[in-house]
Design a protein around this ligand. Structure first.
Ligand code: OOB
Length: 544
């Protein structure tokens, strides 16, 4: 099995420890300590369950014992694909206690992605909910197992059928858990997948706990806060910015929303007196639209965080007057660096910028395409290095060569400029992925699927600005033989067993890609041209 490491150079690790960023805290220790300090306080509210910190620990211990009883060994990886239910936390903390390593998959992922995560991480087990949102994950698990007959265990939260029932996991007083090394890898997060398939991101106890401890402080969390998880719990934003881990760190209460829609979230805010939550921009727009006529009392909400994609200033401006709370812009990435506008920043900064880094030790470089720093106020490529930004992906030499500079800076792929106050404004990006309502979709990956269709000669996938999604995917397809219909191509994408959000929103058939003048163009340039031509045509149509 390929060992899990996050190779911070020793001199950096030492510096981060000395500065007090890395304090030797670990997830198991954090949970035990909070259960001791905040035992009777409510930790988790979800569905009809309400767990205190004592209960969360007890349930995590039972889960840990159950996983170990299956024969899993410390260091084994376990792909976790659970929706926003309390068992998400007992599972994940249970794995931490047993020194097993969660690999987070989104509920939207399907066979192709799940198999990729299981393979890449060499996982020994796979945890799913029986059903969620009308989808039966046991059916998915069955086909996953057909493709990977060696997959050790499938654990199901809910009616398990032929699989292992999570509800059968019980505490075993004989079991003693040993603590992990703070510098060891606690879990594998998945990347947005800017090129090709998602990469696995090893995060250590040291680096991750620092990021959410510092985030909790920046976001003003206290043990009286009520944090609502509105986005999928597996996403890095609700996980750690400051997210539920930040909330647990300070002994606050975490409320799980099964859906982020106003219909579901607003009554929960009123009932549980939610004080802070985080959304992607398209959802924030929905909330802004729904709030003025809502019958629910949203007055407990102090902070609305928006991130994952660019929140436009005109929309950002409406948050305070409409929702009566402070907007906090969050510009982060699963690889590490997170920027926040501060709660007491002037309104102009909150509305116009995507914030500044968490840490004084976050090194931020903004460079031109040759790697030379640009002047302040000019747009350039964002590179970063720091106490919670990874130095390498897991088991992916190619991506590592592409994504890091020789001196260990992560190339974010984002184009930003820095204001004189040191705040970042996201201008766009250098890589060809589509940021569809906060979900990152790799153009390469979708093109590859389309090319598998017998009547597709070539395909280029681009992002098109979209009023609701921020960006939508548009696939330009050159047919061969009998021209397929757009709905048939979409249906074909579904047979590729990928997350639904990867099915192109729009398909445009073209006879050829215009390669005039240059002769040979890069895919990047080709996509840029197709996109520009499409937008020009649209504008022309609109003008007529
Ligand atoms: C968050 O994480 P990922 O890994 O899904 O995506 C990271 C990418 C960034 O590189 C950037 O391209 C984009 O998402 N992004 C933003 C943004 N926040 C993220 N682009 C413009 N404005 C923003 N505010 O999306 C993520 C992780 C932690 C906290 C928040 C978001």
């Amino acid at each position: 099995m390929i060992p899990l490491v996050q190779p911070f150079p020793p001199e950096f690790a030492e510096r981060y420890r000395e500065a007090g960023f890395w304090r030797g805290e670990t997830f198991p220790q954090m949970l035990r300590d909070r259960a001791a300090r905040f035992g009777d306080r409510l930790a988790v509210i979800g569905g009809d369950q309400r767990w205190t910190y004592t209960e969360l620990l007890a349930r995590a211990e039972a889960a840990a014992c159950g996983f170990l009883r299956l024969g899993l060994k410390p260091g084994d990886r376990v792909v976790v694909q659970l929706p926003n239910i309390p068992e998400f936390f007992s599972t994940v903390f249970g794995l931490f206690l047993a020194r097993l390593v969660p690999v987070y998959a989104l509920p939207a992922h399907r066979q192709t992605e799940v198999v990729h995560f299981l393979r890449r991480s060499e996982a020994a087990a796979y945890v799913v909910a029986a059903t969620h949102d009308g989808f039966d994950y046991r059916v998915l698990a069955r086909s996953v197992r057909e493709e990977l007959p060696d997959l050790g265990h499938v654990v199901v939260v809910g009616e398990a059928q032929e699989f292992t029932a999570f509800s059968g996991f019980t505490y075993d007083p004989e079991k003693a858990f040993s603590d992990p090394e703070p510098s060891s890898v606690a879990f594998l997060q998945i990347s947005g997948g800017s090129t090709g398939l998602s990469k696995l991101i090893p995060r250590t106890h040291d680096d991750y706990i620092y990021s959410f401890r510092a985030s909790a402080e920046i976001c003003g969390l206290t043990h009286e806060s009520v944090y609502m998880v509105a986005l999928p719990a597996a996403h890095n934003f609700p996980m750690s910015s400051p997210g539920y881990f930040g909330a647990f760190y300070v002994g606050a209460t975490v409320v799980l929303a099964p859906s982020p829609s106003p219909e579901t979230a607003f009554p929960l805010i009123e009932r549980e007196k939610v004080t802070i939550t985080g959304l992607v921009p398209p959802l924030a727009l929905l909330w802004l639209q729904a709030a003025p006529t809502s019958k629910y009392d949203l007055s407990s909400l102090q902070v609305l965080q928006v991130g994952g994609a660019k929140f436009m200033p005109e929309s950002a401006k409406r948050v305070r007057p409409t929702l009566g709370c402070t907007l906090q812009q969050v510009f982060g990435m699963a690889e590490g660096l997170v920027n926040y506008t501060r709660l007491d920043d002037p309104e102009e900064i909150i509305v116009e910028t995507q914030g500044r880094p968490i840490s004084e030790a976050d090194e931020v470089l903004i460079v031109d395409d040759q790697g030379n720093p640009v002047a302040d106020g000019e747009a350039g490529n964002l590179l970063t290095r720091g106490p919670y930004t990874i130095r390498a992906y897991h088991n992916d030499a190619g991506a590592n060569a592409r994504s890091f500079t020789e001196d260990g800076f992560y190339k974010t792929g984002d184009v930003v400029k820095r204001t004189p106050e040191g705040y970042l404004v996201v201008q766009g990006r250098a890589t060809d992925h589509i940021n569809r309502a906060g979900e990152k979709i790799s153009a390469d990956e979708i093109e590859d699927h389309l090319l598998a269709h017998p009547n597709v000669f070539d395909a280029a996938v681009v992002s098109i600005p979209d009023q609701f999604l921020g960006e939508r995917t548009c696939a330009f397809v050159i047919p061969q033989g009998e021209k397929p219909k757009a709905p048939a191509l979409k249906a074909f994408m579904r047979t590729r067993k990928v997350a639904d959000f990867k099915v192109p929103d729009q398909i445009v058939f073209v006879e050829a890609f215009d390669l005039t003048a240059v002769g040979k163009v890069s895919r990047k340039e080709l996509r840029a041209r197709l996109r520009a031509q499409f937008l020009a045509d649209e504008q022309l149509k609109a003008g007529q």
